[in-house]
Design a protein around this ligand. Structure first.
Ligand SMILES: Cc1cc2nc3c(=O)[nH]c(=O)nc-3n(C[C@H](O)[C@H](O)[C@H](O)COP(=O)(O)OP(=O)(O)OC[C@H]3O[C@@H](n4cnc5c(N)ncnc54)[C@H](O)[C@@H]3O)c2cc1C
Length: 378
């Protein structure tokens, strides 16, 4: 007989950590193990993103992305206040650089209102100039609930909460195989000593980010047919010299790309005041390619010049890259988050999270609550 725990969560990114914290808080004395292949949490997408707390106006009404982002935004601010996780509610502008872009941002305004996003307002030229005198824009949509967060401190707090409620953190545990058993699931993993071992569980929760198509495939799901195939989409950033970073005080985004492949090369600020441009959008083969191509400087410079006329090429420096775990094919329609208890496939006890790209950081707490409801039915 294999050793057994109630639940195994795979992946200690922000989502797996939030799920572990929520389930250990909510259930009575559950035995939960969080398995992570790296020696610590958040080494993949959760530490390679814009760290923006989104408001929720980009996503189609009725989608999980819209619902969980709108719910997750205030939950995250509350959590930060309670646990002293640093954040700034900077506010954000989605700008029209010319008259022809105004209808696009008005559309986002209407969609945001339909999604229940609070604090949205259309700004005219003089209102923009009062807030951001150095940018080029003829109109803008302002979102007052958009902010930035220290994602590392958020994850550290989620890990602390989970451990305090009894979660066993199993770092350097790489899941290598999963099989159905009569009582749940058998999970094979490579442990810290490099040896393969196995553990049984009743509940299996897939929060494996860029590799989240692996576990459903192991359980016999045809991932291409189910729409679970991961298309890694790289996003590079260039940082902006400090002197120029000070010339903006909000997050500023052009209109998003077609089919929401990305939000457009925007400018965000980190908590230390430095501005960053990015991320761009590149469908790639490799799931973990974090190099930034310095030859992309020209592309970033041109994108920035269209609304940040004070930027010079010499202000930009290649910075970092992140990988989006998209399930949207290169020419496919916008895809929603997959968060499913796979009972219809005969996989009771398997909760499957796939395609948790942006706004996954913003939505981590609302995603965790949704998983909690799947487990205990409330
Ligand atoms: C460029 C970029 C910008 C973004 N900007 C924002 C933003 O501003 N705001 C926002 O809300 N969202 C943003 N996002 C999205 C956000 O970062 C993600 O939705 C979120 O981090 C996903 O968290 P996760 O825990 O699901 O995945 P991850 O952080 O990738 O965690 C998954 C974990 O699973 C582990 N794992 C995988 N396979 C195995 C295995 N076999 N065994 C054990 N462990 C395994 C991995 O090691 C990893 O630690 C951005 C994403 C990108 C790429």
């Amino acid at each position: 007989m294999l050793e057994h725990v109630d639940m195994i969560i795979v992946g200690a990114g922000v989502v797996g950590l939030a799920v572990a914290a929520e389930l250990s808080r909510k259930l009575e004395n559950p035995e939960i193990m969080l398995m992570e292949r790296h020696p610590k949490f958040g080494q993949d997408t959760s530490s390679r993103n814009s760290e923006v707390i989104h408001a929720g106006m980009y996503y189609p009404p009725g989608s999980l992305k819209a619902k969980l982002c709108v719910e997750g935004n205030p939950l995250l601010y509350e959590f930060c206040d309670l646990h002293h996780v640093p954040y700034q509610r900077l506010g954000k502008m989605i700008i029209a650089r010319e008259e022809s872009e105004i209808s696009a941002i008005e559309g986002i305004y209407r969609q945001g209102t339909d999604n229940g996003v609070p604090g949205l307002k259309m700004l005219n030229r003089s209102e923009i100039e009062a807030l951001e005198p150095n940018i080029t824009a003829v109109a803008a949509l302002f979102s007052s609930t958009t902010g930035i967060i220290d994602s590392h401190k958020l994850m550290a707090q989620l890990e602390r909460s989970a451990i305090a409620d009894g979660v066993m953190m199993a770092y350097m545990h790489k899941v290598t195989g999963v099989a159905r058993s009569s009582t749940g699931y058998e999970v094979k993993f490579l442990g810290p000593d490099g040896r393969e071992d196995e553990l049984a569980c009743t509940w299996l929760i897939n929060c494996a980010g860029l590799y989240s198509d692996f576990i459903p495939a192991q359980l016999g799901i045809d991932v291409a047919e189910a729409g679970y195939k991961i298309y890694p989409v790289k996003g590079e950033y260039f940082s902006v010299a400090m002197a120029k970073s000070k010339l903006i005080s909000h997050l500023i985004y052009p209109p998003p790309l077609k089919s929401l492949k990305g939000l457009g090369t925007h400018i965000t600020k980190s908590l230390d005041g430095r501005a960053r441009l990015g991320p761009n959008v590149q469908y790639v083969e490799e799931r973990e390619d974090y190099d930034v191509d310095p030859n992309h400087l020209e592309e970033f410079y041109q994108a920035a010049r269209s609304y940040l006329p004070f930027i010079e090429k010499t202000d930009l420096q290649s910075d970092m890259a992140g990988m989006r775990p998209k399930i949207q094919a290169p020419d496919g329609p916008v895809a929603d988050f997959v968060i499913r208890h796979e009972t219809e496939r005969g996989l009771t006890g398997f909760i499957n999270l796939v395609g948790i790209e942006s706004p996954g950081l913003t939505s981590c707490l609302s995603i965790a609550k949704m998983v909690g409801r799947m487990v205990d039915g409330n």
